[in-house]
Ligand binder design. Structure first.
Ligand SMILES: C[S@@+](CC[C@H](N)C(=O)[O-])C[C@H]1O[C@@H](n2cnc3c(N)ncnc32)[C@H](O)[C@@H]1O
Length: 271
């Protein structure tokens, strides 16, 4: 970043699940502490931080509460909200509540701006009366929009699946553009810089490009880095946000066998 500071961080780290190599909770939190330190150093004095994190219901809800407690040690960050996003697909048995939630913790550093947004869901509840200048008003009269605000429980975000244009095959944890764009619009302005240390399919990169923000991202996996570069190039060339049920390596897969292609080999091996 060459000394530049960001106004917004959106991180979606691995959630310490068995499938991705569980560490002890203490080790996982010690690792989180390091990237939060780096985040703090990369953020401006007035900035926002969002962290998506899971709570394993079979393992004492780790690592979410441990992460929350760790964050209290960072005096620069104040807790702001605890967002829950509802998935359409869930997992569960007949003996438990279906698991359909995703959690996102919201923190602020200093006093960043916040832009209110509205969903496409019309307001239907009436009857919250208040006296304004001696006149009894009903909530619909006072409101700034006919639609409801997202609040901190989001039920209007469609999970990514193969029929959506934004789908990136091979990316197991792709967030919908809608939820990342909502965070970017709320907590940054055009020209601001956004960081994401766990970029994966490049959702933050694509959202930032569409919303005219600068973006600094990384991922430890070179395959995902290649995919997100191609995703950005595709957006710039064709205005497409993903491959729907195609994939990022279509061309190589057609050109095929005789040429060696280390990135493609690795991708095929992994999938
Ligand atoms: C849950 S996914 C992020 C999904 C992303 N928000 C999206 O919409 O595509 C987590 C990503 O973190 C990456 N990752 C794991 N450990 C990392 C590390 N130490 N540094 C950077 N990236 C890491 C993984 O390769 C994976 O792509």
């Amino acid at each position: 970043m060459d000394g530049q500071k960001a106004q917004l961080a959106i991180h979606d780290p691995p959630y310490n699940l068995v499938a991705f190599g569980t560490r002890s909770v203490a080790d996982f939190i010690a690792w989180c502490e390091k990237w939060i330190e780096t985040t703090n150093a990369s953020l401006a004095d007035d900035a926002s931080l969002y962290v998506w994190l899971g709570a394993d219901q079979n393992e004492g809800f780790q690592p979410l509460p441990d992460f929350m407690l760790m964050m209290r040690r960072f005096k620069d960050f104040a807790s702001r909200s605890f967002i829950t996003m509802r998935n359409q697909r869930g997992y569960g048995t007949q003996k438990n509540w279906m698991a359909v939630r995703q959690e996102c913790l919201s923190y602020v550093k200093g006093n960043p701006d916040f832009t209110v947004q509205y969903t496409d869901i019309p307001k239907i509840l009436r009857g919250y009366y208040k006296d304004i200048n001696g006149k009894k008003t009903e909530n619909m009269e006072r409101s700034k929009s006919k639609n409801i605000r997202p609040g901190n429980v989001w039920v209007d975000v469609q999970q990514v699946f193969y029929r959506m244009e934004q789908n990136v095959n091979g990316c197991y944890a792709q967030k919908p553009l809608k939820c990342i764009e909502r965070l970017i619009i709320a907590s940054s302005k055009e020209g601001d810089a956004v960081i994401d240390f766990f970029a994966h399919s490049g959702t933050t990169l694509i959202a930032a490009e569409r919303l005219k923000r600068q973006c600094f991202i990384c991922d430890t996996d070179p395959i995902y880095c290649e995919i997100m570069i191609r995703r950005l190039e595709r957006l710039r060339a064709f205005g497409k946000t993903g491959w729907q049920n195609g994939n990022a390596f279509e061309q190589e897969l057609h050109e095929v066998e005789e040429t060696e292609h280390p990135v493609l080999d690795l991708w095929q091996w992994k999938n």
